[in-house]
Write a protein that binds this ligand. Structure first.
Ligand SMILES: Cc1ncc(COP(=O)(O)O)c(C=O)c1O
Length: 407
């Protein structure tokens, strides 16, 4: 189903935060890569857990059985969102970073000194730091080069994948530059050498339909607050992949997937909110099943966001003193995230000036610190980043463009 400006206008009414005015104007939330606002349905789902089943799981009384059912339903909804075959493939954690540390620690225990792990210069630190840490165990961590135009050097990727490589940790899309990586190629090359593929889909999941089964990922991580849900980290593990791992866990903890990597009590209300966000997104699509509606909705939303981001990218390119970073918008494989620098203003000063006009954009390295270093921007305050989400309008982009021009 197409998702257009009229749909966006209707969707905006579903997000209470978008109705709040501060200092005389409404806020233009153009900071989706940092985190999105939530629709009323998500707020209601969180509230409902606190009203009906704010108890622990696996008890012998009805509210506990209810929270058990809700957690299972949430896992099933996320499985539909990601294209996972079963709810047992879906584990939860505090956020993506925490889950990735748990995952890398467990995988690290299966590696020997001299084994190699491949990361990239483009990735967010959360998909670098946990793997770099394995060098303390004698694991050799190598990095795929980032090229100046914002794409990974695929020749370097192919060259650094050798029979010693046990794992490639790769982002689906860059939260700093909007680059979309060739995941199919990564899967083919990792299979050739028998390496695991771990995908950071935190910036990919809000903007593209996902099909983990087709991607063939061994593990994929994403984070609810980037797709209109609360702060919950999500780990997809391919069937059988988690069951083999020596995770950190208490002897009292369930050793079966998906629980095997989930330490302590989960945030049940937030997890129910993730399910509500997925059902909300699916409401913008057509189809018989939740999976079909999600795919249809995400396809429409992706095209809408892409069009708006391309409009901004094209227009801002014409503003004197503006440099655009990251790949262009010729291909649809480009996230709707546009980073620029200004000749006469640091990213921090520009973000402050825009923030004063209720234009919420982000500045700095957004934890994609290595990429910003490679681009030579680390000592210059990094980048000024605009992210497009399903609720952003052309009018907001024009407001932003006018403000940038006036700077
Ligand atoms: C691409 C990417 N990966 C990982 C993360 C980390 O996610 P979390 O905050 O859930 O740990 C972020 C957060 O901004 C991100 O943008």
């Amino acid at each position: 189903m197409a998702y257009g400006a009229e749909d966006c206008a209707r969707a905006r009414l579903d997000f209470p935060a978008l109705q709040v005015a501060r200092g005389g104007s409404t806020l233009a939330y153009l900071d989706g890569p940092g985190g999105t606002q939530v629709p009323e349905a998500v707020i209601e789902a969180i509230r409902d857990v606190y009203v009906r089943c704010n108890v622990n799981t696996h008890g012998s009384f009805e509210p506990s059985r209810e929270v058990d059912r809700r957690m299972l339903a949430a896992r099933a909804a996320i499985a539909s969102f990601l294209g996972a075959p079963h709810e047992s493939c879906i584990s939860f954690g505090q956020n993506m970073t925490t889950l990735n540390y748990a995952l890398s620690g467990a995988i690290g225990r299966t590696l020997a000194a001299g084994d190699e792990v491949l990361i990239t210069e483009l990735d967010h630190e959360s998909n670098r730091g946990p793997w770099l840490r394995l060098s303390e165990r004698g694991v050799v961590v190598r990095e795929v080069r980032l090229q100046p135009h914002g794409e990974l050097d695929l020749g370097d990727l192919a060259g650094k994948l050798t029979p010693r490589t046990k794992l490639l940790a790769l982002g689906g899309s860059s939260n700093a530059l909007g680059t979309v990586n060739d995941l199919a190629l990564a899967r083919r090359l990792t299979r050739e050498v028998g390496a695991l593929l771990v995908i950071d889909a935190v910036h990919y999941a809000p903007h593209f339909p996902l099909d983990v089964a087709a991607l063939g990922a061994d593990f994929l991580l994403c984070s609810g607050y980037k797709f209109y849900a609360p702060h919950v980290g999500i780990l997809y593990s391919a069937p059988g992949a988690l069951a083999r791992l020596p995770t950190d866990r208490l002897r009292t903890q369930d050793a079966e997937p998906p629980y095997r990597i989930e330490t302590g009590t989960l945030n049940h209300a937030a997890i129910a909110g993730v399910q509500a966000a997925i059902e909300y997104l699916a409401g913008w699509g057509r189809g018989e099943s939740l999976r079909a509606r999600v795919l249809d909705a995400m396809t429409g939303i992706a095209a809408y966001e892409h069009g708006l981001a391309k409009f901004f990218y094209d227009e801002v390119g014409g503003v004197p003193g503006v440099t655009r970073w990251g790949p262009g918008f010729d291909s649809s494989a480009r996230a709707p995230t546009v980073s620029i620098t200004l000749r006469d203003h640091s990213p921090g000063a520009a973000a402050l000036a825009l923030g004063a006009r209720n234009l919420c954009v982000w500045n700095g390295d957004f934890y994609a610190a290595k990429a910003v270093e490679v681009l030579g921007l680390a000592g210059r305050g990094g980048l000024l980043r605009t992210g497009i989400s399903m609720y952003n309008t052309r009018a907001e982009i024009i407001r932003l463009l006018e403000a940038i021009e006036s700077l």
